[in-house]
Design a protein around this ligand. Structure first.
Ligand SMILES: Cc1cc2nc3c(=O)[nH]c(=O)nc-3n(C[C@H](O)[C@H](O)[C@H](O)COP(=O)(O)O)c2cc1C
Length: 136
């Protein structure tokens, strides 16, 4: 399995109904291509993990990165795993993070913007956070 985690910035024209159409399209496409994952919506960012066959994940990422509803995509982790880790969802969605989850996420993102580089530790801690947010 190939896994990719990226962070992006929402455009400031983003409206809640954009989320519905993104999720609808994502779930439809991902089911077709055997991609699973989780999309987390923060006040100003998205964090997404997508996993599947490498070609399919890279193809989906290419489409996602051209989407004008967000920009400044930064890949945090690109890795292979033995098994599928986000198997429950074609694209799970997590929006209302509690304060400590949001703090954790922002802490990781802020330490990125200071250094302009994600270390492997950032990547792995973000992955743990995403897995803990994944809806059952
Ligand atoms: C934050 C974000 C996450 C997205 N996630 C996915 C995804 O997981 N899978 C997907 O196919 N499209 C996703 N999209 C939508 C794609 O950017 C694009 O609109 C869609 O793949 C186009 O599909 P179509 O060519 O079938 O119309 C996402 C868009 C945004 C802004």
């Amino acid at each position: 399995m190939y896994q990719l985690i990226y962070v992006s910035d929402k455009v400031n024209t983003f409206v809640p109904s954009d989320m519905d159409s993104i999720l609808c399209k994502a779930r439809e496409n991902n089911e077709k291509y055997g991609i699973t994952g989780l999309l987390v919506e923060l006040p100003q960012h998205f964090i997404q993990i997508i996993e599947g066959k490498q070609d399919d994940v890279e193809f989906a990422y290419k489409l996602i990165s051209k989407d004008t509803r967000h920009h400044n995509l930064r890949v945090i982790l690109a890795t292979t795993t033995k098994t599928r880790e986000m198997e429950a969802w074609a694209m799970g969605f997590s929006k209302d993070l509690d304060r400590s989850e949001l703090n954790d996420a922002l802490h990781i993102l802020n330490s990125f913007s200071e250094k302009q580089k994600f270390s492997d530790i950032h990547g792995q801690s973000l992955k743990m956070l995403l897995k803990s947010l994944s809806p059952e």
